[in-house]
Design a protein around this ligand. Structure first.
Ligand code: HEM
Length: 131
């Protein structure tokens, strides 16, 4: 099936992938995203993506998405940005976020690819200490 094909592709992409609708509700959560954030897919589907980030973005994220829908002004879409996520156990997870936009069955969807920077940043910090 298409879904099995898509899942096998996603399993080989090193980035976590999260898909949300125009209200910020999560509709897909890849297995890499499950490892990165510590949630099972069933724990997050139907919930707002803001649960994956710390304050103050957590409270403001709906307004970021709303502003984009109202103005079409891109702030992250079309580029990448280092942002901070928040794992289920509360530990922060720095990552590089890229967002794409798609339309599916009349719905507006956003796809987020997230590359975990935890190891990279820990290594950089250790190197700096050694200097
Ligand atoms: C916008 C943070 C995850 C979709 C934003 C902005 C911030 C942000 C700060 C506004 C940027 C600005 O005004 O300069 C975060 C953080 C995340 C996260 C900390 C960590 C979990 C996601 C994911 C998606 C997503 C996974 C989609 C699947 C969007 C959309 C916008 C947005 C659609 C508005 C479009 C734009 O500003 O270009 N986010 N985000 N975000 N985010 Fe997120």
């Amino acid at each position: 099936t298409r879904e099995a094909q898509l899942n096998s592709i996603l399993a080989t992409v090193p980035d976590a992938m999260v898909v949300i609708d125009d209200e910020g509700t999560m509709v897909s959560f890849s297995s890499t995203a499950q490892r990165m954030f510590g949630y099972e897919e069933s724990e997050v589907l139907g919930k707002n993506v803001s649960m994956l980030m710390p304050s103050p973005d957590r409270e403001a994220h709906d307004s970021y998405v709303g502003r984009y829908l109202a103005t079409g002004e891109r702030h992250i879409i079309g580029s990448t940005r280092r942002v901070m996520g928040c794992r289920k156990d509360g530990t922060p997870v720095p990552h590089e976020l890229a967002i794409g936009e798609a339309t599916g069955g009349g719905r507006r969807l956003f796809t987020g690819f997230m590359r975990d920077l935890t190891q990279e940043e820990a290594t950089a910090a250790r190197l700096k200490e050694l200097q």
